[in-house]
Ligand binder design. Structure first.
Ligand code: NOJ
Length: 563
């Protein structure tokens, strides 16, 4: 397997709106990021993935872009951006932009032209269709944020497709002129010095040209059109073209966000000779426990399932391709609340355990802002405190319109899975508004900020922060962590996740207790535990301790280097 700089990178995701407000308007901004670069440099991350900072009416917090080459007013100016880029580079931190090109905003100049008439030269930049003979939408597909995926435009008398909100019309990748515009825009950013792209729902860009109606699940109003746009017929052609026209000319880091991708497809997107992307985000582990109404009816999940998923991806991309490793991002709940234990007793220990689990695997670890201090989910009491379009729309449709779920049922699901769990402001200190801003922020701060904040974490050598820092250092010190192969141990164990990594004649042994009980770990006989060194652990461990019969403490994590 080839060694590449980006395979050795640890990525930190910034959701700018919630990161740090420098100008006292309650909204995070670019200067606020620049102010914190020393903090990120201290943590040791190599790359920042910046959620969108482009001009946007913010129907979906910047994932609806109205100008790809301008900065959102609330976030600052292009000069602020250039300064941030330069300051980041001075600290050896690269910047990966969010590229949202499955759709734009309906306020983008292209769409304004496109909708102006059926014969406008930009009409074909978007996906327009006549309604069915009975006057209904062209297909029965539902949109991700509720309602139909088609919106009728009175003025030009056709429907346009929007897989997300109706303010996010899908771009028509069939059109070579549109593709050229996108490639030129990407090159413009790369010429400016940015280092790569995280590509939003990039496996949605090629739609089945037949536009068939989709199957409708019992109890649903709309069909699930995803078979007709996930990993569609031309997606690999488009990505190879993008690679040839743009990416191959620079030394970039790229990751495609891909709901519904499986390992086989993952190999096609990331294989060395495929010339498409470096890595993909799959959704298998973050979908664990999805119930009848997906994340809005969450159920318990099993560790054996989690292990099966990670192992499948680790083994699947081991020879060719590359994994991205994440517990959380701006669309997911907080890692500790979702996969660990956010109670006072176990928050810190389980946070360290989860970090160990992920950071010892093969692939690039992604840290979502606040994860490094163990931020947790928020439980706002009222739906009025939520800001996320997906959460608010789900409330309207499930509770108010269709009355499928009660208020209490949906609030419970929201507390567990809403995207706003990840979007409350980063907790910098015990000061008002958690030191994020001087004024009331656009979304409330989590009430636990006096207990959980960066200032406190930096003062405590045992904090989650320093544990992450050490994990990142270890990755730089030991090539086995980056390049070693992976093997699962104790496949059927419901509480312990244990695996090895192998590289040359070195071996790593990773032992993790995912439960709040004490659990006995039996060392499999194939492991030779004679010469060992403990690289990291989240409890005190006696150096001479044998692990022939070991009782793991709640959420205990240990990593041994065996020689
Ligand atoms: C995925 C993004 O991560 C999410 O925040 C957004 O709402 C959708 N794509 C649409 O752009």
């Amino acid at each position: 397997m080839e060694r590449r700089w980006w395979k050795e990178a640890v990525v930190y995701q910034i959701y700018p709106r919630s990161f740090n407000d420098s100008n006292g308007d309650g909204i995070g901004d670019i200067k606020g990021i620049t102010e914190k670069l020393d903090y990120l440099s201290d943590l040791g991350v190599d790359v920042i993935w910046l959620s969108p900072v482009y001009k946007s009416p913010n129907d979906d917090n910047g994932y609806d872009i109205s100008d790809y080459q301008a900065i959102m007013d609330e976030f600052g100016t292009m000069a602020d951006f250039d300064e941030m880029l330069e300051e980041a580079h001075q600290r050896n931190i690269k910047i990966m932009m969010d590229l949202v090109v499955n759709h734009s905003s309906d306020e983008h100049a292209w769409f304004i032209e496109s909708r102006s008439s059926q014969d406008n030269p930009k009409r074909d930049y978007y996906i327009w269709k006549a309604g069915k003979d009975n006057g209904k939408a062209p297909t029965n597909w539902g949109a991700a944020f509720g309602g139909s995926a088609w919106e009728y435009d009175q003025n030009s008398d056709e429907y346009y497709l929007h897989l997300f909100s109706k303010k996010q019309p899908d771009l028509n990748w069939e059109n070579p002129r549109l593709r050229r515009e996108i490639y030129d825009m990407m090159s413009w950013w790369l010429d400016k010095g940015v280092d790569g792209f995280r590509m939003d729902v990039i496996n949605f860009i090629s739609k089945d040209p037949a536009y068939p109606d989709a199957k409708v699940q019992k109890g649903s109003k709309y069909g699930d059109g995803s078979p007709y746009y996930l990993n569609g017929p031309k997606v690999h052609d488009y990505l190879q073209e993008m690679n040839k026209e743009v990416l191959a000319k620079y030394d970039t880091i790229t990751v495609g966000e891909m709901p519904g991708v499986n390992v086989e497809e993952g190999k096609l997107y990331t294989g060395e000779d495929r010339h498409e992307l470096n890595m993909v985000f799959h959704f298998e582990h973050v979908s664990l426990g999805d119930g009848k109404y997906g994340k809005w009816a969450p159920e318990k999940w099993k560790l054996t399932e989690l292990k099966r998923i990670f192992t499948k991806w680790q083994k699947g991309l081991e020879e060719d391709g590359w994994n991205s490793l994440y517990w959380s991002n701006h669309d997911q709940p907080r890692a500790i609340s979702r996969f660990g234990n956010d109670s006072e007793n176990y928050r810190i220990t389980s946070g360290k355990m989860l970090a160990t689990c992920l950071h010892m695997m093969q692939g690039c670890p992604y840290i979502y802002q606040g994860e490094e201090i163990g931020m947790t989910n928020v439980s706002f009491a009222s739906i009025d405190e939520y800001r996320d379009i997906e959460t608010i729309n789900a409330y309207h449709s499930f509770v108010e319109e269709e009355q499928i779920l009660t208020h209490d049922q949906l609030m419970d699901a929201i507390h567990k899975r809403s995207r706003d769990n990840a979007r409350t402001p980063v907790q910098w200190s015990e000061n008002s508004y958690a030191g994020f801003s001087d004024v009331e922020p656009w979304i409330d701060v989590n009430s636990n900020y006096k207990e959980i904040n960066v200032k406190k974490a930096l003062q405590n050598p045992d904090s989650i922060f320093y544990y992450y820092k050490r994990l990142i250092e270890l990755r730089k010190e030991y090539p086995i962590i980056v390049y070693g192969s992976y093997d699962l141990l104790l496949e059927d164990h419901e509480q312990i996740y244990a695996y090895t990594r192998n590289f040359g004649n070195e071996q790593l042994l990773i032992i993790l207790n995912f439960s709040e009980e004490e659990v006995e770990f039996k060392l499999p006989s194939k492991i030779n535990f004679t010469q060992q060194e403990l690289l990291i652990s989240n409890y005190d461990v006696k150096v001479s301790e044998s692990i022939e019969s070991l009782v793991l403490r709640p959420y205990e994590a240990r990593v041994y280097l065996l020689k």
